[in-house]
Ligand binder design. Structure first.
Ligand SMILES: C[S@@+](CC[C@H](N)C(=O)[O-])C[C@H]1O[C@@H](n2cnc3c(N)ncnc32)[C@H](O)[C@@H]1O
Length: 198
């Protein structure tokens, strides 16, 4: 069973007392990619937590959103918001894939999944695998994590570059944001999956 302090932390996060603007920023970045027909766009929210990103996407007219999140307590909170069409209650493993089929989504979003080393480095490849050719992977995080979380140092940025140099995706956006969370600067990275991806 999770402790009182853990659940309290979940609720604080959910009620935005941490002054967290990342969910809004990443939803806006997705909206910029799709000015029209947003109801037709299939989105996977990776490390979806309590649904903060889903809510912001829904406000902008996206309604075809699915969640990948391993934590039952987070899922229970998200379910009350009625924002996700489907829940994959699983981790992205360090090696191997999730049970999601390849080329399934127009957009895969991930906000905060790399904080504290939650997601393995390999998540980038998994996010790319489940994205349709021509679709997008949008990541929003505090970029300091790439320099200080031991498993990401000298691994995650080189993998991003490697996926680009090997023609699997192309970076189409990199933008810093003020006050991503509690005053810290954030970054939005958007990659487009190439159409010749195997
Ligand atoms: C900081 S929270 C971000 C939640 C949400 N995206 C948001 O913007 O509020 C990080 C989430 O990553 C999830 N997580 C941790 N390891 C994971 C993994 N290997 N695969 C998928 N999700 C994971 C945690 O359960 C947690 O909900």
């Amino acid at each position: 069973m999770l402790s009182f302090s853990h659940n309290f932390h979940l609720l604080i996060k959910d009620h935005k007392l941490l002054d967290c603007n990342g969910p809004q920023y990443i939803a806006n970045a997705v909206a910029d990619l799709f000015p029209k027909h947003r109801q037709d766009i299939c989105i996977l929210d990776v490390a979806a937590g309590t649904g903060l990103v889903g809510i912001e996407l829904q406000k902008l007219g996206f309604c075809n959103i699915e969640s990948l999140e391993p934590n039952k307590n987070m899922i229970a909170i998200a379910k009350r918001k009625d924002v996700y069409r489907k829940y994959f209650e699983e981790n992205i493993p360090e090696t191997g894939n999730t049970k999601i089929g390849k080329d399934a989504y127009d957009v895969v979003v991930c906000r905060g999944g790399f904080g504290g080393g939650a997601l393995p480095v390999n998540s980038l490849s998994e996010m790319l695998r489940v994205t349709k050719p021509g679709g997008y992977v949008a990541i929003n995080t505090n970029p300091k994590h790439f320099d200080v979380v031991p498993m990401y140092v000298n691994t995650i940025v080189p993998l991003m570059k490697n996926l680009e140099e090997s023609g699997q995706w192309k970076k189409v956006k990199e933008e810093n944001q003020n006050n991503y969370i509690a005053g810290a600067t954030g970054i939005i990275l958007v990659f487009q999956k190439t159409t010749q991806h195997i």
